[in-house]
Design a protein around this ligand. Sequence first.
Ligand SMILES: [Zn+2]
Length: 478
Amino acid sequence: MKTYIGKIHVKWCNNCNIPLLGRICEVCGSEAKEVKLTPPGDPRLGFQYDIDFINKVIEEEFGAKNVLNGKIILLNKLPGNEEAYEVIVDGEVKYILYFDENKEKWKIKLKLSGARDLMEKGAYKKIVKIKNDIVDILKNRKGSILKPGIVEFTNDIEEKDDVIILDENNRVVGVGLSVVSSEKIKEMEKGKVVKVRFFIKSDNENENYKPKKIYNNLEEAFNIMVKANKGVIESYEKNAIGFIKNTYKKLKKPVMVAFSGGKDSLATLILTLKALGKNIDVVFIDTGLEFEETLKNVEDVEKYYNIKIIRLKGEDFWEKVREYGIPSRDNRWCSKICKLEPLKKFIEENYKDDVLAFVGIRKYESFSRAKKRMIYRNTYIKKQINALPIYHWSSLHVWIYLLKEKAPYNKLYEKGFDRIGCFICPAMEMGEMDKIKKEFPELWVKWENILKEFAKKNNLGEEWIKKGLWRWKYKMVN
Ligand SMILES: [Zn+2]
């Protein structure tokens, strides 16, 4: 079932090869083209880290080098259990990047246009060449490729790999999923080798293939993207500032901004400063599980905007974890103890009456967030009235705004992290944890030691840690 939270905002200028929020490119005047995405569709902007990372995954699998260089990419997280992203490049989904939990690595699913790019960039791995008369049969109905239809194949194919399908003239005619490994194909005389994912419908599909504009570097592409969306983003800014001013006028309460070190709260902070000036309280809650980058960002933001950010700290997580046990999706004591409690205490002590908090919640973040109103009273902290100035913004609106403002955003975003918060959280997925393990090994070890201690005491075994079962309290024993 497809569920929509709201309109998907992402469009594309095929001429400048950049994403657009509005209907017209403000650089070249071209009409924006729709980008077909899987809903809810709140793709994030890829940074050079993401480009390098996906380039590496592609090169390892298919041998093609630097496929995404000089292009803006967007990553659209797919709903479901597996961690997977649609990779949008040249205005369309060309690849799906997913974390294979069995092989414990990131892999690629191909679309036809992605496969064409790979061949263009010298792909030489995971290729199956088929007879031209088989191409004609498969054109109008997808199906499977059987051993007798195969002319050649590379010797690096493993079971369940995505493969590029070529005809005898080396043209891309399809992409598919291997059913067996190269070793097996050699031994087979008949039977299924590849299950087709996508196949050409006509011969001119390959003739229509034209490579799109490539920039010298990502910074240059980002500059054009900001220019091409200037008017649209300024009208969003104007609306948000108007909302903040009106809400303040109506409620006449002291104002607070909860800054988390993330992009959404940074945009909210900038807008609130523009609307109301510096006579506001800016609060940061240090959970004790913050990345260095986030703590540094709090300092950077203070300096850049010449403001003071109040740091709140709750009880020590590392002490409490021994008392309450490992936090899990069904037992998130950490959020209450380390986050909500210190804020509640601060609000109780500092405001006689209510406080008006501008918060960077966006409806596209999740289905539960899509049900919120733009102004509402916090259920846990009764004195706190939340107001959401960027409620209708997509992730791309926020990024274009921050780039336009040259705002000091958290450097973690340039390391491939999209969710800024505690470095470890039961809400995390396996791929995210894999990233922590690789990028921040010392933080991972600190956490793993706690897990090991807990596992030993409760006889939980290695799988409980390795398979990430600790994220559910009741999934401990099999
Ligand atoms: Zn353009």
